[in-house]
Every structure is written in structure tokens, then in C-alpha cells.
Design a protein around this ligand. Sequence first.
Ligand SMILES: Nc1ncnc2c1ncn2[C@@H]1O[C@H](COP(=O)(O)OP(=O)(O)OP(=O)(O)O)[C@@H](O)[C@H]1O
Ligand code: SF4
Ligand SMILES: [Mg+2]
Length: 332
Amino acid sequence: MSAPAARTTAAADPIIRVQALKIHFPVRGSDETIKAVDGVSFAVAAGETLGVIGESGSGKSTLGRALVGLIAPSAGTVEQRGEDIFALPARELRRRRRDFQIIFQDPHAALNPRRRVLASVREPLDIAREGGTAERQARALVMLERVGIGAEQAERYPHELSGGQKQRVNIARALVLRPSILVADEATSALDVSIQADILNLYLELQAEFGLTYVCITHDLAVAMHISDRIAVMYLGRFMEYGPTAAISRAPLHPYTKALLSAEPVALPSRFAQDARIVLQGEIPSPIAPPSGCRFRTRCPIAADRCAAEEPAWREAAPGHWIACHFAVSDA
Ligand SMILES: Nc1ncnc2c1ncn2[C@@H]1O[C@H](COP(=O)(O)OP(=O)(O)OP(=O)(O)O)[C@@H](O)[C@H]1O
Ligand code: SF4
Ligand SMILES: [Mg+2]
């Protein structure tokens, strides 16, 4: 597989570049492996948002964890600012990790229940030994204030906050060290739709304010469409389609993307009024033994003999718009 976005976004000097990344997990008591991520290549330009969408089990979270150095590749590389992060000595990787942060789905589980939220937000500064205690306290308070948590709420324990407030605290905790890259893994999925919109808009504001590069992992198409500059559609460890959000939402090329979009039309502007989760007929095959040829073929409405025999090339169907399908064509 070639490196798609290496060409699509190279002009902007990508801050993240992933090349031929594979993450295979061993299966206990067997020689087989779970191919959670199975050969993806892309780049993200500084200040951009990449939305990664796909059904449950497609490898989104595994990819997200690799992007912030939490899971080492089985093959391939993850570069931040041109440096292979997994080639760094462990100590150096720990030191750099402040520059790339991740927020997870469950706002309740991410915070220590026995700590006041101010202490939780201050903790990354404490660990990094940034300034004196008073300065850390002040910086944590400023960040909490910025995400909409006032001084009184900052003294509360997590169980004394709503889900939306807790996710605001998680955002403050992730941003207090001023990272360049933020990966959000289903960061709004657990919230009510009305609160989701507030939190997503907060992400957008903070992105502009802090110049964040943002990777938004979600199985909610509406969320991805709302905040992403580009979208990657993932299936069984691979990208099926990648391109500008406008092009993908207007004219998706890959049969999988079309199925996702038709299953749950993304109605604008009332997009948050519905739960645009991905629903598709049939089961996603096992990532231990993906189908031969095109791995989407067992569910593809236009699959032909060639699809079982030959793996589709990763090709640029329109400028900056990449797909893995023998037949899909673009009018662009
Ligand atoms: N630590 C692990 N050990 C073994 N298998 C794993 C591990 N983490 C993930 N997997 C497997 O890898 C595949 C991809 O999982 P992943 O969590 O990345 O998917 P996902 O797209 O994030 O799904 P969801 O939308 O449900 O969060 C799944 O089959 C999963 O069971
Ligand atoms: S290569 Fe074949 S099976 Fe795969 S998406 Fe295209 S038409 Fe469907
Ligand atoms: Mg996940």
C-alpha cells in the first residue's frame, strides 16, 4: 500500500505521518493474530482535524493509541514532526508525550474519584514539574475556567459533576500541558446529544485558540462530519476511503462509505438531533482472518469475482481523495 496522505498533505508539512502501520495482537494459545490495524498510511497537517470513522472493531481505538505512543506497531512507523516516536528511547518518549494527548470515551472512568477535579487537572503539571505549586494551581484553574468549569466546581469531586462537566475536566487535563496533538477517542459518545454539541463546539474553539492538530475517532458520522477537515473510513484494520470531508459527504466513492452514509443520513443542520450511529447489514468478519482480496467483499453490494481474488490498490480517485476499490470511480 502506498502512503496516501503523504502526498495529499505533504505540502503543509504534516505533524503526524503514519506509514504502513500494522498492529497485530497475539491470540492466546494460537499462532494466529488479531489484525487490528493492518497497513494504514496517512498524514495530518498541523492544525487540521482528521475524523476516523468505522464500525465497532474496525481498529480505530488501536490506531488512536498508537498515534500517542501507547501501543507499539507490529510493523510500520508513527512519526510526529518527522520523528519516529517508537524509535525514541523510552524516557524520551515519556518526556515527549506531553505534546500528544488522548481523551477517552468514558468521562467517568478517566478521573480519579478520590481527587478534587482541580488536583486532577494539576496532576500532569505536577508530574512534569512545571513551575511551583502556586503556579501549577493557577494554570490548572485558568484551563478549567477556559473549558467552562468555575472555581467552585474545580473544588468538587468527579461524582459531584455532570457527564458533560466531567468531559470538560478531561479536556482541561489533556490540554493543560499545551500539547500540539489531541486524539479524542469517542470523546462525546457517552454524552447526551444536546451536551455533545456543546462539547464539540468547545473542541473547535480550543483547536483554533491553541492551534491543535486533532484526530477525532468516532462511530458517529454526524460528529465526524461536523468537526473534521478530512475523513478516513476504516474497515477491518484498513482505510477504505480517505479525503476531504466535503467531498466524502457530498459524493462518497467507496461502497462501504456509501453504505454508512445511506444507513444513517447525516441531516444538517439538525445533525445533533439524531443519533447517527453506523448501522450496516451483516457482521464485520473476524480480524483474525480477514476475507481474501477486498476485505469488504463479504458485505459489498457490488462485489464481483475479482474482489475475492485481488486486493484493490490504494489509489487517488480524485485529487486528495483516496479509495481502495476496484470499481469505484469519481466524476471529479
Ligand atoms: N489489547 C488487545 N488485545 C487483543 N485484541 C485487541 C486489543 N485491543 C483491541 N483488540 C481487538 O482489535 C480489534 C480492533 O479493536 P479497536 O478497539 O481498535 O476497534 P474500534 O474500531 O475502536 O471499535 P469500537 O468502535 O468498538 O471502539 C478488535 O477485534 C479488538 O477485539
Ligand atoms: S473492491 Fe469489490 S468488494 Fe471491495 S468495495 Fe470495491 S466492489 Fe466492493
Ligand atoms: Mg474504539
